[in-house]
Design a protein around this ligand. Structure first.
Ligand SMILES: [Zn+2]
Length: 516
């Protein structure tokens, strides 16, 4: 069918569904009608093509409020070492990946692995000997937090191993940490070609659609925004609202940002780091680390230079949202002080908010806290050692934040952890850590609250046209095989049956939708 302007129009009605809308004004429905990519009606007379969903559950498609799409896309072609629970398993994955590269005729290219965590095998970090199966090709394996890596002999031969400030190198074991990993190893790894980056972006979009995701808040460097996202902006199937990671610009000379945008790509913010991470004891805490009492961590960048408020005002003057990484309770307090001194709009984003002094929690009322529940499940295994029992009440205080009116938006930080929103919901709802043990469950929230954080509030934070199912909103839907609101998450998980973005099918496991 064509409309008056000659554009193709398409109307479909999904019926016999259990629809949860995330819209407090009308939380439930049984049918939904989409036209030209938007929602036009709920529970109305069926129009256009009618699809019977046989009682399946439908909600707003998930939004990952904080990930790194370009980095995540690159990992799809790398060796996944996450969840390795022994040296044997680590080595067999390296060996399988080396064989796959050989089979693809890539005999010289680097083998890049990611995602290992020594907490998974409860012993020391891997050494270069663990990479023997890579053979004569250079190989590097990144720890899950990307703050350290191990390399093999062939890679070591190409690397400068003289001492570096802010970094550590253990040559005999092939280990590089912090600045040594970033400034010595990363530049030595050949960067993928533009064509390869564009191809891996398309794969990443498909990967995320299979997880029920229609939109992301992505942290990106300007070079990738210019070279990859802007040219692809009219062909993307995933809505990408980007936050610019480049931050070495003087406050009186803001960066030139590309103006091109589309319904699927837009720059919405700029990023700054107030501190580091709990795992590496660089998160800036009010009190010393329990397992390293001589340090409270570090402040960084604009916060270190006392420029955080000025930087935030500058970002807001560009019409963009300041997005600030703050993990330690001291960094959080500095950030809240700066927020008090800034305008409310464009709204600043508090990224991570992993530890908060109880006195500061009410200060987040009405503010966006962008959290990653799967980080809790992961960091739980180190939190007690780093913080001690008394401070666990400050760790991922999701329940208290909601009770005080904070606007919780969820994401993953992919590729640091899996981008699967169902794993994030499970972590937020059950409090189970990655070893399956309950941890700080007083902070757990309800399934409905977790769903809202992955849909409505994430959309509000990133200024997306989706997030709730209501007439006039974008037709971004996820179809699940069962209701996530009615299951015991410690025993079962729903399956993603289909994902629809702007009225088009982008994933259809169960072959329930026509290809439109
Ligand atoms: Zn991140």
């Amino acid at each position: 069918m064509k409309d008056a302007k000659g554009a193709t129009t398409r109307t479909i009605t999904l019926q016999h569904a259990r629809i949860w809308t995330a819209d407090p004004a009308r939380p439930f429905a049984h049918s939904i009608t989409l036209r030209d990519g938007n929602i036009v009606a709920l529970d109305a007379k069926p129009e256009g093509e009618v699809i019977d969903l046989g009682g399946r559950w439908v909600g707003p498609a998930f939004i990952d409020a904080h990930l790194h799409l370009t980095l995540g896309a690159a990992t799809l072609a790398q060796c996944d070492l996450s969840g390795c629970s022994s040296r044997a398993q680590f080595e067999s994955r390296i060996s399988a990946h080396a064989r796959a590269l050989d089979d693809a005729g890539e005999h010289e290219s680097w083998l890049v692995g990611f995602g290992w965590n020594e907490a998974d095998w409860r012993a020391d970090a891997p050494t270069r000997a663990w990479l023997a199966a890579a053979g004569t090709r250079p190989a590097v394996a990144w720890r899950m937090d990307q703050h350290s890596c191990v390399v093999n002999d062939a890679a070591l031969a190409k690397l400068d191993t003289t001492p570096i400030e802010g970094g550590e190198i253990e040559r005999e074991h092939g280990i590089f940490r912090e600045q040594a990993a970033w400034k010595r190893v990363i530049p030595a790894i050949p960067t993928p070609s533009l064509a390869a980056k564009r191809a891996s972006l398309a794969k990443a979009c498909a990967h995320l659609h299979a997880l029920g995701i229609a939109s992301v808040g992505s942290m990106e460097y300007l070079c990738d925004i210019r070279d990859v996202f802007v040219p692809a902006r009219n062909a993307l199937t995933l809505r990408v609202h980007a936050t610019v990671l480049d931050r070495a610009w003087p406050l009186d000379q803001p960066p030139e940002l590309p103006q091109e945008s589309s319904d699927f790509f837009r720059i919405v913010g700029l990023k700054s780091f107030a501190d580091g991470t709990l795992g590496s004891r660089t998160a800036w805490m009010l009190d010393p680390y329990r397992d390293q009492p001589n340090t409270c961590g570090l402040s960084m960048e604009h916060t270190l230079r006392g420029e955080l408020t000025a930087w935030m005002r500058c970002v807001q003057s560009l019409g963009l949202s300041p997005s600030i990484h703050a993990i330690g309770d001291r960094a959080a307090r500095e950030l809240l002080d700066a927020m008090d001194a800034c305008a409310d709009s464009p709204a600043p984003r508090f990224e991570h908010a992993q530890t908060l002094h109880p006195r500061d929690i009410p200060r987040l009322a009405g503010r966006f806290a962008s959290m990653q529940p799967l980080h809790k499940a992961d960091d739980a295994r180190q939190a007690l050692a780093r913080l001690g029992h008394a401070r666990i009440e400050r760790f991922f205080a999701m329940r208290a934040l909601l009770a005080h009116g904070a606007r919780l938006a969820f994401g993953s930080d992919w590729p640091i952890v899996s981008p699967d929103p169902l794993l994030g919901i499970k972590a937020a709802v059950t409090g189970l850590d990655l070893d399956g043990r309950p941890f700080a469950t007083a902070h757990s929230i309800s399934t409905r609250e977790a769903l809202v954080a992955y849909t409505r509030t994430a959309a509000e934070m990133l200024d997306l046209p989706s997030g709730i199912l209501a007439p006039g909103r974008a037709g971004d839907l996820v179809v699940l095989d069962r209701s996530p609101l009615e299951i015991d998450w410690t025993r079962e998980m729903p399956m993603i049956d289909a994902t629809i973005v702007a009225g088009r099918t982008t994933y259809d496991r169960a072959s329930i939708l026509p290809s439109f």
